[in-house]
Design a protein around this ligand. Structure first.
Ligand SMILES: C[S@@+](CC[C@H](N)C(=O)[O-])C[C@H]1O[C@@H](n2cnc3c(N)ncnc32)[C@H](O)[C@@H]1O
Length: 251
């Protein structure tokens, strides 16, 4: 079933996007469902999948929660997620085309926000403020980000290199963009990665009054034995890490 939609999108997507789509669904959807259960993203009334991409997290989120809202700025990815949900007869998933750092949802709309592989592509301090606005008091946030180690992996090992994706250029663009995010915001480009070191993010979460913050290497939250897609350390530096946090009780 999923294969028919994937083949249809071969004609619609750019080569690099199609390679990404194929990579995602080379895993059984159960791999993503297992993670959702591991992270205890279940039994919520309203969940936001922030930057849903091709919907591999939205589908299990919809299975285990009452309502799921999936947003992304890519119209192809939003329409893929929509078609996949229809194909699988999932009725409690609503998609829309919007940016995660300026959404049209009301304050305190969500019991949980799930944000995989997206936060660092945005002006993340603004995104954090938006998540705080959208979450109900004590609601749950999941996100992940990359330290310098991940970009060393791209530079040194050329991870996932293809004819349409140059990991070295990607890493160099990120390093330049990070410097601009910190020191020269007018030149910073949203949509390119920014390195977010763990301590910096933890400080920002505390500043925004998030609490019960739990941090782990990618895939390892609540279970050190779980399967990871990425490593927590590359070349002795922080790689891909993830966290959950709760919004403060007061507002
Ligand atoms: C690496 S993909 C991750 C997608 C999905 N969450 C996953 O785990 O596969 C990054 C996604 O973020 C989306 N994106 C980038 N900037 C965004 C923004 N400001 N608002 C919403 N989505 C964004 C891209 O279109 C893309 O689908």
């Amino acid at each position: 079933m999923t294969n028919n939609i994937i083949e249809k999108y071969k004609k619609i997507l750019q080569k690099q996007d199609f390679e990404f789509l194929k990579r995602i669904y080379s895993n059984d959807i159960k791999v993503y469902e297992k993670r959702i259960l591991q992270y205890e993203f279940t039994n919520f009334e309203n969940v936001l999948d922030a930057g849903c991409g091709f919907g591999q997290w939205s589908i299990p989120l919809a299975k285990h929660n009452t309502n799921v809202y999936s947003i992304d700025i890519s119209k192809e990815r939003v329409s893929f997620t929509e078609e996949l949900a229809q194909e699988l007869n999932i009725k409690n998933l609503t998609t829309s085309l919007q940016s995660i750092n300026s959404t049209n949802f009301k304050d305190n709309s969500f019991d949980a926000i799930f944000c995989y592989g997206v936060f660092f592509l945005t002006d993340w301090k603004k995104t954090l403020q938006e998540f705080k606005r959208l979450l109900k008091p004590k609601a749950k946030l999941y996100l992940n980000a990359n330290g310098m180690g991940w970009y060393l992996n791209l530079l040194i090992n050329e991870h996932n290199k293809t004819s349409s994706y140059n990991p070295r250029k990607y890493a160099l663009d990120c390093i330049i963009n990070t410097e601009r995010y910190i020191n020269n915001k007018s030149l910073y480009q949203e949509g390119l990665d920014v390195i977010i070191e763990k301590n910096e993010l933890l400080d920002a979460l505390k500043l925004y009054d998030f609490f019960d913050i739990v941090v782990a290497d990618e895939g390892k939250l609540n279970s050190q034995e779980a399967h990871s897609f990425f490593k927590g350390t590359y070349h002795g530096q922080t790689g891909v890490y993830e966290l959950t946090a709760l919004k403060d009780k007061s507002n």
